[in-house]
Design a protein around this ligand. Structure first.
Ligand code: PMP
Length: 412
């Protein structure tokens, strides 16, 4: 049965609190999301009843822990429609997943004179690892332009993708502009030349249905903490034939088959890439987060966030001196809205909103080249999730107006 979003807030205990004498309105979901009781319980239950190391013991607890850990992998597999669970590698998060592809797959396909293509909207996690790879191999890092409203310039992508473009790495959804990139179309262009598409799914997976086979992504990275799960757990999906080419990042326990004095053999995927005791509790809790999201349905979550944005954008546009970055139409956006108020530093704005109980982010959002492209040093950013309501949008708008008046005439 599909679970309704009405009253869902009650299932997130942290949201029921007063901050600076006001009820908390949490609008920093692009940074991290809050956890439902079901996810908190999964962590507690694991430690209270099943805690043991995985894959090594034959005793009952070890078998239970292993079963739950591997069941979590299968939940991830089904959630993103991967072809097999061997294609799901547990990592610390998006950053680690992208770094592994850049540093342990990249050097095998990129040579001096080749090109690596990213865009101006990338998070530093999908930029700096490619910069490093380019510097180490003598390849060139090339950027896809954005259209004036912040959407990816597909014509520019078409013009820049060619036989020398060994890797294209793009975010699926921007953590600043709120745009969703045409991954399928890019995959077609890249695959025409037999090359590879890496996707940063950190801001997409939590907010919309994602099917990695349909997208035809070669690698897809995301973080548990942005989708109701805990920190310290994330996923690297890769097509099996490509993951087989990724060299292990860490050698040691869990990933070996036989060790002799001078040489060793390694396990098959996915364990070959998971050296050492993994984040067992994190994977199990991520599985619980996926169960929770599935009870609601990703399409319903996406529609809910779109409705909030459709209310927020026109309301924010009525505030004199407020600039929204990215497309101005709600239908072209995810639940991320970056904005600035004239003559007010976003940190001051975010501090004033916090005084009203409204938690938003201010800064460069780990996207300094994008800030340069937007010609700003920083922005404020409100980002919605399934537990936010229309009343939260009203409160955001009221709080911005109050902040504006305070900074104009000194009365909050
Ligand atoms: N990419 C994007 C688009 C993000 O928004 C983030 C998180 N802000 C990351 C990558 C990095 O995720 P993590 O810090 O969980 O590794």
């Amino acid at each position: 049965m599909v679970k309704s979003l009405n009253n869902i807030r009650q299932e997130f205990p942290i949201l029921d609190q007063i901050v600076n004498d006001e009820p908390l309105i949490y609008l920093d979901n692009a940074a991290t999301t809050q956890k439902p009781q079901a996810v908190i319980d999964a962590i507690v239950d694991y430690y209270q009843t099943d805690n043991a190391n995985v894959h090594r013991g034959v005793h009952t607890l070890a078998e239970r822990a292993t079963e739950q850990y591997e069941a979590a992998r299968q939940k991830v597999q089904r959630f993103i429609n991967a072809d097999q669970s061997a294609e799901i590698i547990f990592t610390k998060g998006t950053t680690q997943s992208l770094n592994w592809v850049a540093s342990h797959f990249g050097p095998q396909v990129v040579q001096a004179g080749d090109e690596i293509l990213i865009s101006y909207m990338e998070h530093h996690s999908n930029l700096v690892p490619w910069q490093q790879l380019a510097q180490q191999t003598g390849a060139k890092l090339v950027y896809i332009d954005l259209l004036p409203d912040g959407q990816l310039d597909l014509a520019d992508a078409k013009a820049k993708i060619g036989p020398r473009t060994k890797i294209v790495s793009l975010t699926h959804a921007s953590n600043v502009l709120g745009v969703v990139n045409p991954i399928q179309a890019i995959a077609q262009l890249v695959h025409q030349f037999g090359n590879y598409l890496v996707v940063d799914g950190a801001q997409a997976i939590p907010h919309m249905p994602v099917d990695v086979q349909d997208l035809d992504a070669d690698f897809y990275a995301f973080s548990g903490h942005k989708m109701l799960g805990p920190t310290g757990i994330g996923v690297l999906y890769g097509k099996k034939t490509l993951l087989e080419q990724v060299t292990p990042v860490e050698y040691g326990g869990e990933m070996i088959d036989f060790v002799e004095l001078q040489q060793s053999t390694f396990k098959e995927l996915p364990w070959r890439l998971e050296g050492g005791t993994p984040n067992i509790e994190g994977a199990i809790a991520l599985g619980a987060a996926i169960d929770y999201l599935n009870q609601i349905g990703m399409a319903q979550i996406q529609a809910h966030e779109q409705a909030l944005v459709a209310k927020a954008i026109p309301a924010l546009q009525t505030i004199d001196g407020l600039t929204i970055y990215g497309p101005q139409n709600a239908q072209d956006r995810t639940g991320v809205i970056a904005f600035n108020l004239d003559n007010l530093h976003p940190h001051d704005l975010a501090t004033a909103l916090d005084m009203e109980g409204v938690a938003v982010r201010a800064g460069h959002h780990c996207a300094q080249p994008l800030m340069k492209w937007l010609n700003v040093a920083a922005t404020a950013r409100a980002s919605f999730y399934l537990y936010n309501t229309e009343a939260d949008v009203d409160k955001l708008v009221q709080a911005i107006q109050a902040a504006k008046e305070f900074f104009q005439d000194g009365t909050l």
